[in-house]
Write a protein that binds this ligand. Sequence first.
Ligand SMILES: Nc1ncnc2c1ncn2[C@@H]1O[C@H](COP(=O)(O)OP(=O)(O)OP(=O)(O)O)[C@@H](O)[C@H]1O
Ligand SMILES: [Mg+2]
Length: 340
Amino acid sequence: MTDPNEEIEKQNVEKRSQVDTHTPAEKLADVSLDPEIRSDNETKGIPEAESSLTSDVSEDVAPAVEEFMAVAAEQNEAAAEEIAAQDNNVEVAPYISFEDVSKAFGDLKVLEGVSFFVKPGETLCILGRSGVGKSVSLQMLMGFLKADSGRIRVAGEDICAFNEKQMQEIRKKVTMVFQNGALFDSITVGENVAFPLREKGELDEEQMRQIVKGLLEMVGVAGMDDLLPSDLSTGMKRSVAIARALASQPEAVLYDEPTTMVDPLMAHLLGNLIMRLKDQLHLTSIVVTHDMRLAEKLADRIFFLHEGKAVFFGTMEEMRKSKDPIVQEFLDLDDLVLPV
Ligand SMILES: Nc1ncnc2c1ncn2[C@@H]1O[C@H](COP(=O)(O)OP(=O)(O)OP(=O)(O)O)[C@@H](O)[C@H]1O
Ligand SMILES: [Mg+2]
């Protein structure tokens, strides 16, 4: 039997070699600007998830957003190559990993010897019941919480002994979309998204306005620039949080339950967006979710947490074949709730 990890690696190498024939700018510009090409795609039945990231962006700001995204895509490809070059083996080194990580809060053991990895450009979905430590795991990757033992790698570096200043550098590459969005309440939606752009200080006001407008259109909340976060629904806040994350041109995004508490249409839109970000920006992602449909759509690998332990780590196909009763129960329940 072939090793599933090798198989994924092979598929990703194939995918990369296919896309490498076009520059990121060409790929992003592909369908977004020319309405004829767009309608051609529609008639050919090219699925929404495969359409260009900027296909919902208005024409006046599309060139600026495409340029911005192209820079991000190039940077992510370069970062992936750098990490690959770190390793002398044929196997690509992980971008993010937990190795035998444990974490307790007082007597409450949350994680006990947990291991998983995410390679550059891949998506890992973390599944598990409420309270098993999914959000805690993401917070440890961001350096907001420290592991009691084990090794954590982020952006290819061992962060366990990192101080706050070093973590701030890591957080420029890896950003998190929190369950509640974690927007700045006192400034407008537009200023929230502009925040990372202002911090970088590379763009003038007009360029920033264009990027903010385009990013908000991309995530499905067009024209909300002047509202305050308190004026938005949960789903809209989540979308704005994704737009703000993208404004920082990250190499990796950690999404904490991106589709919970939003309507099915918004969930569909956000799911497709995460997939397109992966395909077109080569973003490395971790998606914490209870949504099996989303996991099926996005995951290169699944990590299933239960009672502090990793009961499963592998592909969706392997998960379906897993004999583990806990995994099976989760899958059966999901089939009951959401019949195919
Ligand atoms: N800072 C903290 N101090 C003490 N206990 C904490 C802290 N953060 C989380 N916990 C506890 O750790 C456990 C795991 O919490 P976590 O938020 O990771 O769950 P989760 O898997 O994300 O659940 P959900 O699906 O409901 O979001 C919970 O019992 C929680 O109460
Ligand atoms: Mg959580």
